[in-house]
Design a protein. Structure first.
Length: 365
């Protein structure tokens, strides 16, 4: 048999590994953490840091194709991997998604809409931000996730008061959005592109809280979001799956927030609402298998389970009819840590209205 190599020891690596095993592959993992969510389900593991050349070399030598859940592999590490094995998606795409300035530059070349933005390389660049307008948001260019490394700036006074920022940064105009949308797009070795349905995301404390599938928007807008995601995937020559986060702005336009060339939290609903979910689609793409249409057989609401407070709800969730529970096997439930998710499934077209969502699951304490 053939071996799929996955870089990353977290929940996305875990669920990718399960999907690869389902298709009969041997899964070899690179993880710095042992035991961890992904090592628990992989067939074999190289334990080592994501940038340790020896670990990368050992890992690559045991795989036929390399993919990842962990996006912050260094340029050197990527070059090393690409010398040994096919890396899918390609290292070039990772280099873009790792750096918000490279990402926005490439996305504007592709021609999709973005929030107005400026690179901020040092304090001297701050004054020019007044031309962007307020409120605005400053983001570290690298390593940010779950809203970490972000600073919101309401007015010129707050801007002038900023000190000791972790440059380089990107400044973005705050978008007055109607809702946040995302699309999971997958592109195969032969160039076939498939998009899962456009979904609607709600965040809580900067962390994804709920995904509604499908998004409750006009079909034309949902289609436009998918077309935008497909266009980015084609332009980047993507092999594998990618999450494209977007704002549906109050003026009706669609703006891309960021891309993630890997399985994505806002695609977890596919695990229970599609015959072939985002993880299997990803594995199929990187191993050169055919990609079936990304068909959704049910409507779904995905709730993330974050930290100890949500772990306390697990017994009640287990006793809830219609709720499919996924736990990541993390040893410790620290506040803000993603511990699992729950998919609640409805017949197509039966997604409940605004108020009913709050009563789908037993409430937080
Ligand atoms: P992720 O965990 O998705 O990788 P991240 O740390 O990379 O998150 P972003 O996705 O850029 O951060 O921002 C987190 C959230 O902050 C967004 O989903 C959105 O709710 C809000 N946000 C970010 N940028 C803007 C903006 N320009 N205008 C309005 N809201 C924004
Ligand atoms: Mg991000
Ligand atoms: Mg985001």
């Amino acid at each position: 048999g053939s071996t799929v190599g996955i870089i990353g020891g977290g929940q996305l690596g875990r669920m990718s590994a399960v999907a690869a095993a389902k298709l009969g592959y041997h899964v070899h993992l690179l993880s710095p953490e042992f035991p961890g969510p992904a090592t628990e389900v992989a067939a074999s593991v190289t334990i080592g840091a994501y940038d340790d050349p020896e670990a990368l070399e050992d890992f690559a030598s045991r795989c036929d194709v390399v993919t990842f859940e962990f996006e912050n592999i260094s340029a050197r590490g990527l070059a090393l991997l690409e010398r040994h094995r096919p890396v899918r998606p390609a290292g070039e795409i990772l280099r873009i998604s790792q750096d918000r300035i490279a990402e926005k530059t490439r996305l504007s070349e592709i021609g999709v809409g973005l929030a107005p933005w400026r690179a901020v390389n040092g304090p001297a660049d701050l004054a020019a931000l007044e031309t962007l307008g307020f409120p605005l948001i400053l983001k570290t260019t690298r390593f940010g996730y779950d809203g970490k490394g972000q600073f919101r700036v309401r007015d010129a006074g707050e801007l002038a008061a900023l000190a000791d920022l972790p440059y380089p940064l990107v400044a973005e105009k705050m978008i007055d959005f109607e809702r946040e949308l995302s699309v999971m797009v997958v592109r195969g070795l032969d160039g076939t592109v498939r998009c899962f349905d456009t979904v609607e995301n709600r965040h809580r404390d900067g962390i994804l809280d709920v995904t509604l599938a499908p998004a409750r928007i006009m079909p034309g807008l949902a289609r436009q979001a998918q077309d935008m995601a497909a266009r980015i995937a084609d332009a980047l020559g993507l092999i594998g799956i990618m999450g494209v986060e977007m704002f549906h702005a109050a003026d009706g336009t669609l703006l891309v927030n960021e891309i993630a060339p890997r399985p994505h939290n806002s695609g977890h609903w596919t695990m229970d609402a599609c015959l072939v979910d985002q993880f299997e689609m990803h594995v199929r793409a990187v191993t050169g298998l055919p990609l079936p249409p990304a068909r959704r057989h049910s409507d779904a609401v995905m709730h993330n389970l974050i930290g100890p407070e949500d772990m306390a709800r697990v017994p009640a969730i287990l006793a809830t009819d219609g709720a499919s529970l996924h736990l990541y096997g993390k040893n410790e439930a620290r506040p803000g840590r993603k511990m699992g998710h729950v998919n609640t499934i409805f017949p197509r077209g039966a997604l409940p209205g605004e108020l009913a969502l709050d009563v789908l699951l037993p409430p937080r304490a």
